[in-house]
Design a protein around this ligand. Structure first.
Ligand code: ARG
Length: 461
């Protein structure tokens, strides 16, 4: 069974059906550069421990460099007989440095400790990219908020008009959510920063290799404390899949807002031509496909997480081949986000907001009723009574087809003697928004503070 990592104890090679099932090169080839980085670090550890002399180490490192260049150039690809990336690269190394030297590299390591390390290297690399992309999205949200500082929109609960809020407050709300996703990545990195290399198949190595120097070489904080845990745990991978799913969910919520805002009925935004799509039959159509793809792909990200959790459930220690199923879901999650986030950020950055339309709708649906009730409370009316009085006012206005500020003075006092004409002070959306000036409120001064605080938080993560 030439070119295979195992086979001597078998009378025959694997059946074609098994070979087909077992094969992972079509996805784990993505780990080739991390595999080669691991091999370089491992070769140095073998050299330091006396298993490779100085010439052998130099020849091994030169061979690995040549191999890497050929892999990058696409001259070396997985062959039909290769089971996985590890075997394929060992066979290719032997092709470059010969079987005598190439055959020494595998001492003291297993594909089990290799793969557990490589998936961490892969995820750390992509986590950094996704983190940067999140920063750009937060910047785009903050820039739109900044460009529309004074704009007032209807704030909603249950999708019904509730209380007016600043558009900037609404956009920054998403900025805060994405800043927590970014924080999750930063926090996850602490747990991901561990090297299982040196754990061997499960129990550790007899060769006295310096696992700490291998970890350092790979840019990881240190070796795993327990070889069984190092080779068999995948909670770090599942946690990454969760973070990716959470980012997807946060994107899908903002996406839903954009989709609604972009309808004729709302009319709050116009999408840029470069970030919207047409219809093959309806010439007039301009569709929010980026937002819809974000909504749809969030389902896929959730699926990747649930599939991975199901794979891990009840797996006994230590390594089981089931663990090979960890890679495709997280590879898909990173690829999905890396393609989605830049498009989504472009869509947000280029949105045109129709603030006059938002302002027109902001007071509709009696959205200032809470302000009336709180105005009464400031005049020492118990809130229970204030709520009743305001409810009666809303009922009157609704019955007469009026907005609250159009109810005349006589009608006001008839509803309650507390409803003096001064109540009109709070019957403007500007007055309402300005009065919500507690910490985290939508008052312009409070929203102004958020810009610096959000930027500060993102900078210090
Ligand atoms: N391809 C495997 C994985 O992705 C690593 C190889 C371990 N194989 C084995 N038979 N122990 O997890």
């Amino acid at each position: 069974n030439e070119g295979s990592l195992w086979g001597a104890r078998f009378a025959t090679g694997p059946s074609p059906e098994l070979a087909r099932l077992s094969k992972s090169t079509h996805f784990d080839w993505q780990l080739a550069s991390y595999d080669l980085a691991g091999s370089r670090a491992h070769a140095r550890a073998l050299g330091a421990a006396g298993y490779l002399d100085a010439d052998e180490l130099a020849a091994m490192l030169a061979g690995l460099e040549t191999l890497e260049a050929r892999v990058v150039a696409g001259e070396i690809v997985a062959a039909d007989r290769d089971e996985d990336v590890h075997g394929a690269l060992e066979a290719a190394l032997i092709g470059i440095v010969g079987a005598e030297l190439g055959g020494k590299l595998r001492a003291g390591r297993s594909r089990n400790d290799q793969i557990a390390t490589l998936v961490r290297l892969y995820l750390k690399h992509h986590a950094a990219t996704i983190g940067q992309q999140l920063v750009h999205l937060i910047d785009a949200l903050a820039a739109q908020a900044d460009a529309h500082r004074g704009a007032i929109m209807p704030g909603r609960t249950h999708l019904q008009h509730a209380q007016p809020v600043l558009l900037a407050h609404h956009l920054l709300a998403y900025g805060w959510a994405f800043s927590r996703d970014l924080e999750r990545i930063v926090d996850w990195t602490k747990r991901a920063d561990v090297s299982p290399y040196g754990g061997g198949a499960l129990a550790g190595s007899t060769l006295g290799l310096d696992a700490a120097s291998v970890a350092r070489d790979l840019g990881l904080a240190g070796p795993a404390e327990n070889s069984l845990d190092g080779t068999a745990s995948r909670d770090v991978v599942a946690e990454f899949a969760f973070i990716a799913a959470m980012i997807g969910i946060d994107l899908s919520r903002l996406a839903e807002d954009v989709i609604l805002w972009n309808t004729r009925e709302f009319g709050f935004v116009t999408l840029d031509d470069g970030y919207s799509t047409g219809s093959s039959i309806m010439p007039q159509k301009k569709n929010p496909d980026i937002a819809e793809l974000a909504r749809g792909k969030s389902g896929r990200l959730i699926g990747n997480l649930s599939g991975l959790l199901a794979t891990l459930k009840a797996l006994p220690l230590a390594y089981n081949r089931d663990l090979q199923e960890d890679k495709e879901p997280v590879f898909d999650s990173t690829e999905t986000l890396e393609v989605l986030l830049p498009a989504f950020t472009g869509m947000i950055a280029t949105l045109t907001f129709h603030t006059e339309r938002m302002a027109e709708l902001a007071p509709a649906g009696f959205s200032l009723a809470t302000d009336v009730a709180e105005w009464l409370v400031k005049r020492h009316v118990p809130f229970r009574d204030a709520h009743e009085v305001t409810g009666a006012l809303v009922r009157y206005a609704e019955r007469h087809g009026l907005e609250l500020d159009a109810v005349d003075d006589a009608a006001l006092v008839a509803i309650s003697p507390h409803l003096t004409p001064e109540v009109r002070e709070v019957l403007t959306v500007e007055g309402s928004v300005a009065s919500r000036d507690g910490i985290g409120g939508t008052a312009p001064a409070r929203v102004d503070e958020q810009f610096a605080r959000l930027a500060d938080r993102v900078r210090h993560l």
